[in-house]
Each structure stands twice: as C-alpha cells, then as structure tokens.
Design a protein around this ligand. Structure first.
Ligand code: FAD
Length: 636
C-alpha cells in the first residue's frame, strides 16, 4: 500500500494560543499557506492571562484589531501601595497612590483584557483568509526534518503526522496550575474547523509537509521535546493563589491596582471589568511550602483575609481561581535544524504571571519571528545564507529578552516576599521595564550600527532612538488632512520596512532641498527604486515616510518628489506618507521631535523594521546608509 499523500503547507504552527495566533496574523492576505493545529476542541474558553502592555496593544493596532481590543479592555490608571503601620499597631495603612504611568509613553502602560477575548480578536482576524487553516482537536505525533535540503528555499523538509484528539484535553498551563474553571466565559465556538470548508481536493490529510514548523504549544511543549531543547532554571520557592472574583469588601482601594504588604505577605489586586478583581495571594504553610495541588479556595481566601485585615473581604461570584508554584525557565535554543524549526512563547520561557508578562512576551516573540518568516517565504531574501542570518536573529534577539525577564522576575518576586525600603521606587522601575522600552536587540543584519556611531551628530545618540530599540510611539498629524495618528497605528503589519525621514523644518530652503534630493535619489536612483516605488499588484518592500516639523500651510504635498506621495492608476495619490509634528485640531501637539530628541534643524533618517524596531539611524541625507542597510539584509 502506498503511503498517504501529504498536504503541503509553507508553515505549520503547533498551538493556537496567544503566540500561535499572533504568529498566524502576519500571514493574512498573503499567498503563504499556513496550517495551525491545536489539541483543544475549539477556541480557549477562558485562559489565565490578562493585562496587555502598550507594545502588545501597538501590535494589535498593526494587525488592525486595536480598536476592538481597546474598546473591551479595562484601563489601569492608579497604583495604591499599602503597608504595615509604622506605629507598630495592627493592620495596614495606605502609604501612597502613584499614577500607573510611564511618562514617556504618553498613553496607558497597561490595559486588562481576558486571554480568551484577546485570542478571539486575533482568531477572527485570520478566519476570512483562505491561506490560513485552523484544525482543532488535532495534535502532531511525529516530526521529521530532512536536513539534506534545508538550505534550498522551495523545499519542504519538515514532515509531520497529525492525529485527531478525541479525549477531553486539559488546556490549562500545566506547569503552574491546578485550578478549577468555575465558568467558561466569553467563549466563541467555531465547531472545530474555523469555517474552512474542505472539498475533495483538500480533504484533511494526516501527513503534512512543511517548509517551516513553529511550536507555540505552551509550557509543556511537545515540539520542544522533539527538538531536544532543554529548559534551564527551576521552580521558585513562591506558591500563589490567583482568584478572579467579585469581592464584597470595605477595603477602600479595591478598584485600584494595589500592592498590599502585611506581615504575612503581599497581595496584588488588579481591577477587572464586570466588578471583578484579580488577586494574587501568596500562600505559606509555616516553614514548608504547600503543594499547589493541596491548596483549596478557602485556604487561599483565608490567606487573603489575613493580609487585608482589619478590612473585610467576602466572596461574591468567582469566575476562576487557581494555585501555582512559579517556574522560571528559559530554553537553551529558540530555533533548531538550520532555522527550520522554532519555539515561541511559553514553549521556551516561563516565569511568574505576576508581572503580567507571559502573554505579552509570547505575542511579542511571535511578532518578532513572523515578519522574518514572511519575508523568507515570499522569496524577498536573496540567498540561503541571508535567510538563515535573518531567521537566526529570532533567537539572538528574543532569548536575551527571556533571560532578562527571568532576572527581572526574580527581583519582582523578592520585592513581594520581602519589600525593601525602596519598594515604591522599585515598583516604578518595574513598570518601566515591563513596557519593553529598555529592550535593545544586538547588532545583526537587521540591526545595523554605522561604524563610529559615537561620532555621529548628537541627535543620533538619544537613549530611545537607537538601532535595536523599538521605535517609540509618537503622535503626528497627516499633512494632507490634519487628522492625528499615533505612528505605530499607521505602521500596519504589511511586512514592509519604513524609511522614516525626520526632515526638520522644511519651510526652510536648505531642509527642503535636502528632502527633495533624498526623495529623488530614493525614488529615481537605480539602487533603491525597485524596492521603494510601488510595483504593479505588489506593495513595495519599503515605504518612505516623512515627518517634518514645519507649519503645514507652508508645505505643498504634491510638490514633493513622487516617492513621498506616489501615484497609482487605481487609487490616485497616496496621501498618507507625509506627517507634520504640529498642533492638531482636537488632540493637542504630539511633540514628536521633542519626544525623540531630534534636532529640528538637523533631522535624521530612521530605518524601521516591519516589527516596529529600529534597524538603523542615519544622517538625514545618508542615502548610501539606507542602501547599505538593505544590502546588508540582502533583500529585494
Ligand atoms: P499557551 O497559552 O499555553 O497556548 C498553547 C496552546 O498550544 C494551547 O492552545 C494548547 O492547547 C496548545 N497545545 C499544547 N500542546 C499541544 C500539542 N501537543 N498539540 C497541539 N496543540 C497543543 N500572562 C500575561 O501576559 N498577563 C497575565 O496577567 C498573566 N496571568 C497569568 C496567570 C496565571 C495563573 C498563569 C498560569 C499564567 C498567566 N500568564 C499571564 C501567562 C500566560 O497565560 C502565558 O504566558 C500565555 O498564555 C502563553 O501563551 P502561549 O501561546 O505561548 O501558550
């Protein structure tokens, strides 16, 4: 008997949690064939995670689901710190209330939305795209990678056999929870196969051949074991209960984020929608650590009541609770087999959920890998070596982030266990860390440092505008109509790089001439024209954007070189590439130049990668620097 024919896909994703869905979103509307398999019977009914950091919200903006996610999310505005009484009396007192804000962000640092709703929006964003298929109740049972052909672009070296899962699988994070789902709320059921209608030509096959495989299969990752990747690190000595409930309490700060330190431990309270509050409660048992499996809801609540006394806390409705012992571990590899197999999210790192980083980091990992796979699978990277160099940056960029996160997490847990006198300063530092603003990816083909960066003009050496960091978000207005926008909202996930020219005050003739010369070189010169100018039916690989700080009335958009306002026969001019850093009619002044510390006379040019990270920072008219960047990436 001949073996069953295999279905060919470009990318096989194992796991449709936050990481898997975030990854799949990169491939919407492309001709890249993606299959996602998940052993659970349908979308996640509940999920543990909550809490979206600003960077994650920017990712949702780039996927076009920002407004829906924001509309459902709960904003966190204030943090109250409570501690034991200084006069030696019993009970706790409010020490201070601080804004839950990282000033330079200019927008909320964190919002709350339940994991299942986050997944819902990501899932529904891919369902209408025929190139992406989801199969629930399906799990891989074997994987084989033919290493002899991994260097050739159009080969399918990954062979996977799939099996239908008929038993009821437990989808909780097995490493950390033993909890009970009291309600499955907000679930959206899609009957196992996401509306994809199989026909006689694409009947589901159990054998899959893929170009790439990515394990987004959570803390107990099956693919991680197959790839022989080990996790380094171990269990911590912290056991927590986590409870989502409507509290009936006379504690006055129950609707604020609240760090509540008492002699018997520190509770973290986080307000949720529907009158609910999430509570992280440390549970101790004399000198010995309790086994999370032995913890009961009553015991967790007893620990909470002891800390919050003399205030009272009765239990209203409980939508979910769990108990866990934190593991802090990072995989020794994030990619294997010549960058044909990858691990993303909880599959390669786990840590305490208290800093609210798990879902965020998983989505951000996926966002980092997705554009690299997209460019590769679209054939935009010219050589095998360049493809591998680019895909390797997934591990070189994201593994240090996971390690930093574990280091941070250790400190964060200690902060809870034994708060120092600098508790409040440390909390503020922690807020900053969790935004991801301090992440800086190392130099690579995708993050290029010009030689002697220290000799460039002072405007190119600012703390936040450097290669390897995320482009800080800023608000500007469209030159064409004065409508304000945050820049990351404008940077949709199309897989394009952006050459962003901070042209300065272009009402000045020198700055204006400089911008014209740069525009002519980019749009009409031989070396970059093919990547920056729209081709028929294809988005150019690079979009050229201009952010000036002149008075808008003094700028004539249509007099600018074509690359800044290209014309297409189908839709006329592209009016959405030139922005002013000026006062808007309703939303005030975004002060982008000030925020980015760019000299208004000098300006600069920034190459922004498809994931919103800075690839290069150059002198404003350094067009050769732009060329060098794309030559270094070997893309066209
Ligand atoms: P998962 O969410 O675990 O998804 C993995 C997916 O893979 C699942 O759908 C699973 O069914 C599927 N799968 C697994 N094995 C297989 C297989 N063999 N075959 C097919 N499919 C498979 N994070 C935050 O950011 N904020 C928070 O507030 C927060 N709170 C938390 C509270 C608790 C109590 C816990 C335990 C975690 C919390 N986290 C939080 C962490 C967060 O839940 C995880 O980091 C996040 O869900 C990881 O996403 P993921 O997609 O990598 O993995």
């Amino acid at each position: 008997m001949s073996p069953p024919a295999s279905t060919k896909v470009d990318l096989l994703i194992v796991g449709a949690g936050p990481a898997g869905l975030a990854l799949a979103n990169w491939f919407r509307g492309t001709n890249i064939k993606v299959l996602i398999v998940d052993k659970k019977p349908g979308p996640t009914p509940r999920g543990q995670a909550e809490g979206l950091k600003s960077t994650t919200n920017e990712i949702f903006d780039s996927y076009g689901i920002g407004p829906q996610v924001t509309a459902e999310s709960w904003r966190l505005e204030e943090i109250a710190c409570w501690g034991t009484r200084k006069d030696g009396g019993e009970g706790i007192v409010r020490e201070q209330v601080i804004p839950d804000r990282v000033a330079e962000l200019g927008k909320p640092r964190e919002t709350m939305l339940q994991q299942s709703r986050v997944e819902h929006h990501m899932l529904h964003n891919i369902l209408s795209h025929d190139n992406i298929e989801i199969r629930y109740s399906t799990t891989p049972i074997s994987v084989d990678v033919d290493t002899s052909c991994v260097h050739e672009a159009d080969t399918f070296p990954v062979s996977v056999s799939l099996e239908k899962v008929t038993t009821n699988t437990n989808t909780t994070n097995g490493d950390t929870t033993n909890g009970t789902n009291c309600h499955a709320t907000n679930g959206h059921h899609i009957n196992g196969q996401n509306g994809h209608q199989p026909n006689e030509h694409d009947a589901p096959s159990d054998m899959i051949s893929a170009k790439y495989i990515v394990g987004c299969d959570g803390a107990r990752s099956w693919l991680r074991k197959q790839l022989d990747v080990s996790l380094e690190g171990d269990l911590t000595d912290s056991v927590f209960g986590v409870v989502d409930m409507v509290p009936k309490s006379n504690f006055p700060d129950i609707r604020r984020v609240c760090y509540l330190r008492a002699a018997s431990g520190t509770i973290l309270l986080v307000p949720r929608s529907n009158k609910e509050v999430r509570m992280y409660i440390p549970v101790e048992s004399g000198t010995a650590l309790p086994d999370p499996k032995d913890l009961t809801f009553d015991r967790v609540m007893d620990a909470a009541r002891k800390i919050i006394a003399p205030y009272t806390m009765e239990v209203g409705s409980v939508s979910w609770w769990s108990a866990y012992r934190v593991r802090q571990r990072v995989g020794n590899h994030f990619s294997r087999l010549n960058e044909r197999a990858f691990l993303v999210g909880d599959a390669v790192h786990t840590h305490s959920p208290k800093a609210g980083q798990g879902m965020n980091t998983s989505i951000q990992d996926a966002y980092n890998l997705g554009w690299k796979l997209r460019l590769t699978l679209k054939g935009k990277v010219r050589s095998s070596g360049a493809r591998q160099d680019l895909l390797r940056t997934y591990e070189s960029e994201r593994r240090p982030v996971a390690l930093d996160l574990i280091a941070f997490d250790k400190g964060f847990l200690k902060l809870f266990a034994a708060p120092s006198s600098q508790f409040d300063t440390e909390i503020l530092q922690a807020l900053k860390f969790t935004t991801g603003l301090s992440i800086r990816y190392p130099p690579s083909c995708a993050v290029q440092l010009p030689k002697g960066i220290e000799q460039l003009g002072p405007s190119l050496l600012k703390a936040d505008l450097v290669p390897g960091k995320r482009l800080p978000d800023f608000r500007v207005v469209y030159q064409a109509d004065g409508v304000p926008t945050w820049m990351h909202k404008r940077l949709s996930a199309t897989g394009q790089f952006r050459v962003m020219i901070f042209a300065g005050d272009i009402s000045d003739s020198t700055a204006s001439k400089r911008l014209h010369d740069v525009g002519k070189y980019l749009g009409e010169g031989k070396s970059l024209k093919h990547v920056v100018m729209p081709q028929s039916e294809q988005e150019p690989l690079v979009e050229v954007l201009v952010v000036h700080c002149a008075e808008r009335d003094l700028v004539d958009l249509l007099a600018l070189p074509e690359v800044y306002r290209p014309w297409s026969d189908e839709s006329g001019y592209d009016f959405w590439r030139v922005f002013g850093d000026v006062e808007s009619v309703h939303d005030g002044h975004g002060k982008a130049y000030e925020r980015l510390e760019i000299d208004r006379q000098v300006g600069c040019t920034v190459v922004v990668r498809p994931d919103g990270y800075i690839g290069a920072v150059l002198e404003v008219d350094d067009v050769e620097g732009v060329e060098r960047y794309f030559e270094g990436m070997n893309v066209s």
